[in-house]
Design a protein around this ligand. Sequence first.
Ligand SMILES: Cc1ncc(COP(=O)(O)O)c(C=O)c1O
Length: 421
Amino acid sequence: MNIALSALGRRTAPPPISWLMQTALARPKLISLAAGFTDNETLPVGFSRQLLNEILRTPKTGRPALQYGTTTGDEKLRQLTAAHLQKLDGGPDRAHAPERILITGGSQQLLYLTLEALCDEGDLVLVEDPTYFVFLSILQSRGLRARGVKLERDGIDLAQLEKILTQLKQSGQLRRLKALYLVTYFQNPTGATTTLAKKRAALTLLKKFERAAGHPIYLIEDAAYRELRFDHDADVPTALTLPGARDRVIYAGTYSKPFATGVRVGFGLLPEPVYTAVLRIKGNHDFGTASLLQQLLTRALATGTYDRQVAKARKNYARKAAVMRRALAEHFPAAVEIWEAGGGLYFWARLPKGISAGVNSKIFQAALKHNVLYVPGELCYADDSARRKPANELRLSFGNASVENIRTGIRRLGAVLKKFL
Ligand SMILES: Cc1ncc(COP(=O)(O)O)c(C=O)c1O
């Protein structure tokens, strides 16, 4: 008998990270610097209890929280989200209007729905090289193609972006190109932040090639880690603030990383006609994100609890990043290039060329033997036949590991690397 799965059902590969997580669970002594989880200790248990108690104290506030809502999301939450973004981006701006906002089940849902609304099988998306591996999994599952644009410490290599766009134009492929996806703040996996100048230049380049494409080419800005900024860097405005961005930038934001990953409320700011298409598809997915969770965030934002939690989280991550930085300086061989971020959850380590830290490498096996786990950087590279996937990189997360485990984990990993370099 044939299997009764759709093409998508058959094609969708297991998430590359799932066996990493299983490995971690199967070895209780293993120190995981792999998971992109947020810090357990600082999750807002007390704040959430208090806010939920307030919401459920009376039928007047409790009932809407326990009832279905609208597909677009809670009105007040959309207004507060618009105001929050305006504050982050500096000053009032029509690009942040509440009517352009859609509340979603994490920003992950927004990314998935956006690709559903924009892309047919075989279509092309440009991504940072390397990029967020779950985004790559969506592309794989949906039968979409990716081209990687080299990521530098301040954003993508613009000359390479132009070269790829030119090649696509010459080969007649530009009409299949729908979007450029950038994780612009403390990127997963490298920690790199894109400058406003690079966002502007990228947007200008996409526009320049639109005529040949025959349709808009969207810039998808994923700002998942934006608010996890340590104090010493200034915040960078989003691409939404740029001239001409209103019709071309799709912004994916989240309350998940800064507040609580388990609450899983995200949002998108989208131009028409993408907004309406995504809204209708979301209607078919879930006809609205869970009301209780939306109410929790609405209240957290309205009462200032959200800001207090974010301040706490930022301070904590800055401290843990400093611990990792010192441990890396002490234990890693000098030949390893470290990308240090001013926020987020990750450090990126690059070994000398030709030395593999990939899934099948001796280094990865030795690290496991010494009970320490990292994300092999090769998992973060799109399948793009125009270049070989580098395998000499590691993503190291300080998000959920304790200070003690960060120190011990980096020491163990440093000892492994010294053997191989
Ligand atoms: C770059 C990036 N974007 C989006 C997400 C999705 O986060 P959420 O769905 O919790 O908002 C993640 C989660 O790890 C991420 O790393």
